[in-house]
Every structure is written in C-alpha cells, then in structure tokens.
Design a protein around this ligand. Structure first.
Ligand code: FAQ
Length: 337
C-alpha cells in the first residue's frame, strides 16, 4: 500500500502555481548548474530541471507528512500528562509540529504542487512519512524519549537542510530547527526528572529507551550503499551529509547524554573506536525498517486512518473558510465599484 514513491505529475503546473517547467534549454541548465556549483540558492521562480523539482516535492512533502503524522503519538498523551506544566509543554510541542507541517507544505507548494494533491497522496497511502511514527507511545516515558531521541535525530538530519540549495526549504528549516532544539531539551529534562524518581520510574525510562533506540537509528534512512536518492541529492545540494554519516554523528552525540541520564543504550556492540574517532555500533534491522516503510509497522493503519478521519471531519471548516473568503472578496469588489 505504501510502496510507491511519491509520483509527481510531469504535466503542466497546477492552478496558482508560480511557474511552469520550460522546455530544456542548455543555457538555463548551465545557469542552474553554476548556481549549484557556487553553493547558491534556487528560488521558486528560477528555472530548474524537472528531476530537481520532483525530488524536492518528494522530500519536502514526505517531511511535511512526517510532521503532522508525528503529532499523533505524542498527542495521544496530552490528556494524560502527569502535571499542568508537562501538559502545557506537550500541547506547545505538538502544536509546533503542526506548524512545521504547514511551513513545509507551503515550501512544497512553491514548486507547483497543490496542498490537496499532497494530502491526497498521503491519504491514499501513496506518499511516505517517517517510519518512526508507526510505533506506539506506550508509557509517559515514551513521550520524553520521543523528545530526546526522535527530535534529537530529527535535528541532526535537519540542521544540514538549513543549507539546502532550494531557498524556501532552507529558510523553513531554520525556524523548524530552533523549535526542534527546544523539543529535544524538554524531552531530556522530563527524562532527567524521572531518573531522579522511584525505581519504577527509572525502569520505565530504560524500557522506553530500549524500545526506541534502534528505530531512531533507522530514521536516518537506509545505509548509503542502499540509498538510491543520495548521490543526486548531494550533487544538487539538497542533502549535505549522507544517511550513514548523520547516523554516526547522532550516535556519537547521544552516548554521552545517555551517560548523564543514567540509562543504557541497548546495543552490546556500542563502544568507542579510538582509531576511527567514533563509536562502533551493532547491526540495524533493515528488514524491519522496510516492513514499516511498506505499511507493516505496528501503527501504520491506525495513523493513516486518524489522518483521513481528521481530514473528513474538517471538511465543514474548509467549506466555511472558503465561503467567508468569497463573501469578503464580494464585499471588497462592491466597495471598490
Ligand atoms: N521513513 O534514497 P534514500 C521529525 C525512504 S521529521 C520512511 O536515502 P532520501 C519531526 C526514502 O523516502 C522526520 N521512509 O532517500 C518530529 C526513499 O523512498 P522514495 C522526517 C524512508 O530522500 C519529531 C527510500 O527510503 N524528516 O521527526 C525513511 O535521499 C517528533 C530510499 O531512501 C524528514 O523527512 C524513513 N525514516 O533520504 C515530528 C527530513 N528513510 O521517496 C513529531 C527530510 C528513507 O524514493 C515528533 N528528509 N526513506 O520512495 C530527508 O532528509 C531524506 O528524505 C531522508 C531519506 C534522509 C529521510
């Protein structure tokens, strides 16, 4: 059901789209290549190769979907947060994720793909979103671990995207990263509080870390050798650091944080390698990763059904907003006449 890549129609731009693909022209291509080589920015009105546009729509829309599907595992705990303070923090965080989705959908729209098309791809199961959000948040400690590890992995991947060659994506990521950084810290602080609590609380944190660690490592995507989009993505300055290198940076940054927290990362092979100047680690279960990406994770069906229901339940809001906008426009035209 989720196996297809997100196919962006090759036809003409959609209504409201800022530009149309122009026939291939070597001088336009040369200008595009020169901007990329000079590490400059491509803006929506600039000419760009169709494949560059298609790759960006694929990645940015998948990213947007991840943000809004990512609201669900944590949103599940808002009504059960253990204190008013934790509830306020969690509400703000989940709201931020919704905002990230909106910046990203807007960035993708500048490439000539409508929001309706992107939602349709999500709701029909054609579009991907991050594997990590297909796992359940079983206890309150999971909420802290999602902040610490999932947001921690997200920041590691997203900081280089602030230098992405496509201007609207790069600019959106600057704000997103600032907010993700707060998310990561609140997760760590929440876990730190639990680790100073009872033996049951400490065990709950350790259990959550055990369940999320490997899934977070897989979030960075397949190994470089099995990553079909990496070479071209890096050539175009969309990706700046490879999947494996980001994963390694995340592991190296997280090990000392786990020590401060007092938890064990569930990998007996995890150890510092003096020669490499990095931590060695055990094997990630890529069969599990692909099963989840292909729709067979523990929560894939539930996540998609929740998004489709939210879309259907929100139909009256969209209709009312459009009717209001129409009325305002009519009034403005009457006044101008
Ligand atoms: N899950 O050739 P590559 C967040 C797919 S936001 C599912 O390496 P690429 C915030 C990939 O799409 C988290 N599918 O692909 C938050 C491709 O399939 P396709 C999301 C995955 O694009 C926190 C195929 O595998 N972040 O967490 C995954 O060069 C807490 C081959 O892979 C972003 O989207 C995966 N994990 O590199 C919210 C960041 N990994 O499309 C709420 C932007 C790979 O050809 C709570 N995206 N695939 O059919 C990226 O940086 C890249 O797209 C990668 C994948 C690194 C994800």
């Amino acid at each position: 059901m989720y196996t297809q890549s997100f196919n962006v129609p090759d036809g003409d731009a959609q209504p409201g789209a800022p530009l149309k693909a122009v026939p291939h022209d070597t001088s336009l291509q040369a200008h595009f290549d020169a901007v990329i080589d000079a590490d400059g920015k491509i803006e929506p009105r600039d000419w760009m190769p169709d494949a560059y546009r298609k790759t960006l729509v694929r990645q940015i829309s998948q990213h947007a979907h991840s943000e809004i599907v990512g609201m669900l595992p944590e949103g599940n705990w808002i009504s059960r947060a253990p204190s008013l303070k934790r509830k306020a923090i969690l509400v703000a965080k989940v709201q931020d994720e919704g905002g990230h989705g909106l910046y990203l959908y807007s960035a993708a729209e500048t490439l000539g793909t409508s929001r309706d098309q992107m939602f349709d791809a999500l709701h029909s199961g054609k579009a991907k979103y991050s594997s990590i959000f297909n796992y359940p948040t079983l206890t309150w400690a999971d909420v802290g671990v999602v902040g610490w590890l999932v947001d921690g992995a997200a920041i590691m991947n997203q900081i280089p995207l602030c230098r992405c060659s496509f201007g609207p994506y790069a600019r959106a990521m600057i704000r997103v990263c600032k907010e993700e950084s707060f998310h990561q810290r609140q997760g760590f602080e929440s876990l730190m509080t639990m680790m100073q609590g009872t033996a049951e609380q400490k065990a709950m944190v350790q259990d959550a870390v055990n369940r999320w660690w490997w899934k977070c490592l897989a979030m960075f995507g397949p190994p470089d050798a099995d990553s079909p989009n990496s070479v071209q993505g890096m050539r175009w300055g969309i990706k700046r650091i490879s999947n494996d290198d980001l994963r390694q940076k995340f592991i190296d940054a997280t090990v000392p944080q786990a020590e401060v927290l007092g938890v064990t990362l569930p990998d007996p092979e995890l150890k510092w390698n003096e020669e490499r100047g990095h931590h060695d680690h055990g094997q990630i279960d890529w069969d599990e990763f692909w099963a989840v990406v292909n729709g067979d994770g523990p929560c894939n069906k539930e996540r998609l059904a929740t998004r489709v229901k939210a879309w259907n339940d929100g139909a009256w809001v969209r209709e009312a907003a459009l009717a209001h906008a129409r009325k305002q426009q009519e009034r403005a035209m009457k006044e101008a006449a």
